[in-house]
Design a protein around this ligand. Structure first.
Ligand SMILES: [Zn+2]
Length: 245
């Protein structure tokens, strides 16, 4: 405390440059507080978003241009994130408890080389959702990669009420029956009346919840236990909500 008071009295010593470690810590704090403010855009869309010329994410998504910077999505909509359980724990008694990290091994001359992957889902609970699969040699970097990719893969989900028993006009379900497929997994999403809830597998529930869908029936075929294919099939189905066949 004493040294601080002295520095304030002198007033000149405060301008002495700080050590590198302090500066790095300061910058990290700034980025944590507001990642968008410290963002230096490199792509054309990024520059326009930062300048405030693009204020709507739907205009980017409908133009068909690829989003290459996650900060674009961050600054346009407020996202929530979640992890899907893609892996399972090892060990005695069969293991098999679902985990957020999938652990795989490659056999080499030096020994087993581990890779962790994780599947993240981001959404604004208002018609925008995306998933991303990140891989890394450790667990936490793979989650960060997954969240970044999920932001880049954000899609628009058209919501509505396509159930004949429920003649409301609120966007609590989907406008018509849609189907999606990935690997052997086929999923069919069917509009449901208000108050039904999400009648799907748990991992798909997380995606639909973040997309802002409250009521749905579903029919799944194939090996739905492979979470990555199940989630991709769900996203494929949601993409089809924008196309009336
Ligand atoms: Zn309805």
């Amino acid at each position: 405390m004493k040294t601080e008071v002295k520095q304030e009295e002198i007033g000149i010593e405060l301008e002495v440059p700080k050590t590198e470690e302090e500066l790095i810590a300061q910058e990290e704090k700034k980025e944590e507080q507001n990642p968008v403010a410290a963002w230096n855009p490199r792509t054309q869309i990024g520059k326009e978003v930062k300048a405030g010329r693009i204020k709507d994410i739907d205009s980017i998504l409908s133009s068909g241009k690829k989003i290459l910077e996650p900060e674009i999505v961050d600054s346009l909509i407020s996202l929530e994130k979640d992890l899907l359980l893609v892996g399972q724990s090892k060990g005695k008694f069969g293991g098999g408890k679902r985990r957020a990290w999938r652990q795989t091994q490659k056999k080499t001359m030096e020994g087993n080389v581990l890779t962790f992957s994780s599947l993240a889902v981001v959404g604004d609970r208002n018609g925008h959702v995306g998933i991303g699969l990140g891989k890394s040699k450790e667990t936490l970097p793979s989650r960060e990669k997954a969240v970044r990719l999920a932001k880049l893969n954000v899609i628009k989900v058209t919501r509505g009420c396509g159930n004949f028993d429920c003649s409301c006009s609120e966007p609590h379900s989907i406008p018509f029956i849609v189907e999606g497929k990935c690997g052997s997994v086929k999923i069919k999403l069917i509009p449901a009346p208000q108050g039904t809830g999400l009648v799907v597998g748990d991992e798909c529930k997380k995606i639909l919840r973040l997309a802002g869908i409250r009521d749905i029936y579903s029919y799944t075929q194939g090996y739905g236990r492979s979470t990555i294919n199940f989630a991709s099939a769900c996203i494929e189905a949601l993409k089809n909500t924008g196309v009336l066949k």
